[in-house]
Design a protein around this ligand. Structure first.
Ligand code: KIV
Length: 296
């Protein structure tokens, strides 16, 4: 039996409980955000996990460039190949066809020029079957976001802390800690709305900043370490599942799937070493075994 359960359901059962009986769209997310029905999002990188999480009723998933770290074992998001991310996005959508799936535009897939930005964003929709793309930006990228939106691509503008810039900023940082920096994030959010963005994602900012953004614009705001004022919340699934060595403070483990996987490996090792594989499932056809034994 599948359970339909998520944080959104707990806050507004009547609105969201049956959300995955039909596709979750931007219109759905706008409605929930307007109503104050908080909705959950998790990163996802494969069809099997997508199917399981959709079975739980999770309405939105992000195929993040964190696939570089979670799937490929790199120490930074900038290394994930674009085609690989698009392939994973299509896999997630196949596993969870009614979920609103966002594909993440990798480092340098939108910065180089407008034409390649539109082309690459479009591939997430045409090949990856994504519902929207997300890109890490600030106000300097308003025209680029506008060009992608003008091409008819639903776009999530990721503001605040931007992991793709970590080498330039000297590491992962909290954003918007000074009054000026906070003001700039709010201005950038307004600019992104005017440029046609469909949603804003705010990463690692103080609550005052998120509140000001939520007040200043009409778009749904997804928080990632941005406080409860945001309409939606996203974190890396492997962090919550207890599969990572380190987690940010806003995404502490609520499960221990890492331990469970280790248990599976230990049990399998024990079964293999003791020849405990259960009854063998394959038999030769009647009479063939004797003929086989008589072979010269
Ligand atoms: O790539 C990612 O997973 C992200 C989220 C953590 C917001 O950008």
């Amino acid at each position: 039996m599948t359970t339909k359960h998520n944080t959104a359901i707990e806050s507004k059962p009547s609105t969201i409980a049956s959300c995955l009986e039909s596709p979750v769209t931007l219109r759905t997310l706008r409605r929930w955000s307007k109503e104050g029905s908080k909705w959950a999002c998790l990163t996802c990188y494969d069809a099997t996990t997508a199917r399981i999480m959709a079975g739980a009723g999770l309405p939105t998933m992000l195929v993040g460039d964190t696939a570089a770290e979670m799937i490929l074992g790199y120490d930074s998001t900038i290394h994930v190949p674009l085609n690989f991310l698009i392939t994973l996005t299509a896999a997630v959508k196949r596993g969870a066809p009614n979920v609103f799936v966002m594909g993440d535009m990798r480092f340098l897939s939108y910065q180089v020029d407008e034409a390649s930005a539109i082309q690459n964003a479009g591939l997430f929709l045409t090949e990856g079957k994504a519902d929207a793309v997300k890109l890490e930006v600030d106000g300097k990228w308003t025209r680029r976001v506008e060009a992608i939106c003008d091409a008819g691509i639903a776009t999530v503008a990721h503001l605040g802390s931007r992991p793709q810039q970590a080498k330039q900023t000297g590491g992962y940082t909290t954003a918007g800690r000074s009054a000026n920096a906070a003001k700039k994030i709010v201005e950038d959010a307004i600019a992104m709305e005017q440029a046609g963005a469909s949603m804003i994602l705010l990463e690692a900012v103080p609550e005052e900043v998120s509140s000001a953004v939520v007040e200043a614009i009409t778009l749904p705001v997804i928080g990632c370490g941005a406080g409860t004022v945001c309409h939606g919340q996203v974190v890396v699934m492997q962090d919550l599942a207890g599969m990572t060595k380190w987690q940010p403070s806003f995404a502490q483990p609520i499960s221990s799937i890492g331990d469970e996987i280790a248990n599976v490996a230990s049990s399998w090792m024990r079964n293999v070493s003791t020849n405990n594989l259960g009854k063998h499932p394959y038999n030769m056809r009647e009479g063939e075994s004797e003929l086989f034994k008589e072979r010269g």
